[in-house]
Write a protein that binds this ligand. Structure first.
Ligand SMILES: [Zn+2]
Ligand SMILES: [Zn+2]
Ligand SMILES: [Zn+2]
Length: 345
């Protein structure tokens, strides 16, 4: 048996574990050296973190937390510093590209071949730096690169607009955050999104023992609809949007900003929720019309109707060159770009 010992300096916590994990070999000083209480199931075990899943009726118990100050004394590994930029008070557009991204694979058009960083668009997502933590919107396939690019080290919760592949297939990248947070990552979504995630990422929801700690994402669903709800201490107002004739999705309003991607119709009752905005982020796929997305012209018309302080267009295809298009737009409208930062109220 390969047994490793860890001494945590704050709290005097000692954890022993074997590889692969075997509950019977897990001991900790807070349990007075006894094996981990059998009413708890080891959920996660990382270098510095042991989380037990409580039996029904018991509250969760994190044996070691505060990753920022724990220092392990061990012959095996030294603690690495945790790096995460503080983005509180800002919203960052992590990705502004359509489902295939820009450049598009195999395309030699001027936008796809452009050297301008604004014409390089990863799949659409955004993150809010709220007082209670970092709130991500959607988990696109480019999520890992987006978070690294912006030096964002942790996601505290995720909202989903809808279940299309370009909005959920980076979900496995959330796996790290269960260690950093000390609990499963909270996901806020509608039923259709939950069903898609449970089907597409079935390995995360199976009861069989994982091959090793952290091999699957630990996720916790929170069902939302069109009623406002609280997350990370902030009120989120969901906005019902049509994404083509047969598909409903959600946009979200947080304070002075509304985020409305993947839509080609905003019903009147939803338009009423967009009054008095500082910034509207709105879908605008390309110049010609599309069955599930606003064209640029249609999006401009919506922006004129809503009259926010500023409108930024997202979910952009290679049809729209950043600089050339912006030259032709009204002063209070622009194409968004990856990494664009917007102050929160
Ligand atoms: Zn999309
Ligand atoms: Zn192209
Ligand atoms: Zn979509």
């Amino acid at each position: 048996m390969n047994l490793a010992w860890w001494q945590h300096m704050n709290g005097g916590l000692i954890v022993a574990y074997s590889d692969p994990i075997n509950r019977s070999t897990v001991t900790c000083s807070r349990r007075k050296g006894r094996n981990c209480c059998l009413s708890y199931r080891v959920l996660l075990l990382a270098n510095y973190l042991l989380i037990c899943k409580p039996a029904q009726g018991q509250s969760a118990w994190v044996l070691s937390g505060n990753l920022g100050v724990n220092h392990a004394v061990s012959g095996k590994k030294a603690k690495k510093p945790f790096v995460s930029e503080d983005i509180q008070g800002e919203m960052i557009l992590l990705g502004t590209g359509t489902s295939v991204g820009v450049p598009m694979i195999g395309c030699g058009c001027d936008v796809c071949q452009s050297d301008s960083p604004e014409n390089n668009r990863t799949r659409t997502s955004a993150i809010f730096g709220l007082p209670g933590g970092n709130l991500l919107i959607d988990t696109p396939p480019d999520l890992r690169g987006q978070l690294l690019r912006e030096q964002i080290g942790v996601v505290d919760a995720v909202l989903f607009t809808h279940e299309h592949a370009d909005h959920i297939f980076g979900l496995d990248d959330l796996r790290l955050f269960q260690f950093y947070l000390g609990h499963a990552v909270p996901l806020y979504c509608e039923e259709m999104v939950e069903n898609r995630i449970r089907t597409s990422f079935d390995y995360a929801f199976r009861s069989d023992r994982p091959t090793h700690a952290g091999s699957t994402p630990q996720l916790e669903f929170h069902r939302i609809g069109t009623e406002p709800f609280e997350v990370l201490g902030t009120t989120v107002i969901p906005i019902r949007l049509k994404h083509g004739p047969r598909f409903d999705v959600l946009g979200f309003r947080i304070g002075n900003i509304a985020y409305c991607t993947d839509t080609n119709e905003i019903p009147p009752e939803s338009l009423a929720l967009l009054e008095g905005l500082d910034v509207l982020i709105l879908d605008a796929l390309r110049r010609s019309s599309h069955v599930t997305h606003f064209s640029l012209e249609e999006a401009i018309e919506v922006a004129r109707q809503v009259r926010p302080g500023k409108t930024l267009f997202t979910h952009l295809s290679h049809d729209l060159d950043h600089h050339l298009t912006n030259q032709g737009l009204p002063e209070d409208m622009a194409l968004a770009y990856d990494g664009q930062r917007i102050p929160l109220q």
